[in-house]
Design a binder for this molecule. Sequence first.
Ligand code: SF4
Ligand code: SF4
Ligand code: FES
Length: 309
Amino acid sequence: MEVTFRIRRQSDRAAPPYCQTYQVDLDPRLTVLDGLHYLQWYVDGTLAFRRNCRNVICGSCGMRINHKAGLACQVSLEKVARQGVVEIAPLGNFPVIKDLIVDLTPFWQDLRRVDPCLAPLAQPSLQTPAQRAQVATAANCILCGACYSACNVKEVNSHFVGPHALARAQRVLQDNRDSKTTARLQQYHHQDFVWGCTRCWQCNEVCPVGVQPLDRITEIKQTLLQDRNTKVTTAVRHRRLLLALVKRSGWLDEARFALALVNWWSVLPLGLRLLAVGKFPFPWHFQPSRGRTQVEELVELLSRRQQTP
Ligand code: SF4
Ligand code: SF4
Ligand code: FES
């Protein structure tokens, strides 16, 4: 199979990036990583990339393949070569050191911010299979950086701790052998931690080993919302109000939602602009959904399920 690699390269940290194209004849069953090795060994020894295990274990070969973050050793050329072309770029949201090698320092720094190691209890505690199952998915993380690369919030807010760190946060928070649960809950209850996530789903989309960081973030949020000691912040009021309004009307009454959540003066400019273009959501225009009763039953059913241990 004739494959064209279009690779975004950069000779050092300060140099401008450029695109280099290579055309080679390769077995389509090879992985993208095999293809890069072929290029490095037989075509251009200056091409730089990272890898170690070649088997979806170490997380070293993270890069963007056709604009989507993933592992080069996981995908075959026949799956990703569109009309024979594969586009490769370094992971996003990281400074580039050279070609496809990125500087992982901010990634590790963010991971440390969630205090990622278990703090053992004074008395060693056993773990049942059910308790283990609660943390098993997050424990599969291989710290490859794909979710960090894809995270839209990380791109615009360097204070946000990132999906990899929050997946680890769920893993230590919900582990029955950890002694810092209360302190962790307080720490993660913050805009730079769980409440900074905009639920864009990109981290779930790219994670190569099914950690599904967004689902782990949601589990932390649910723990916070069910904890009576959780400080009531705007984020907490937002979730509770949203649920109450949807339960009552079957869908969201946006005007009531905005007015109940923020102070009237802060939404006045927006209200005036909506009025000027005839889009102001007057409360008397709002119609409950025809499926209102079913939605109410569904919300109650789910609430009962969450309360059942
Ligand atoms: S959560 Fe998934 S994508 Fe993110 S670092 Fe861990 S393994 Fe990689
Ligand atoms: S769902 Fe949240 S953590 Fe995941 S990529 Fe989107 S904003 Fe980032
Ligand atoms: S080389 Fe280890 S995960 Fe790809």
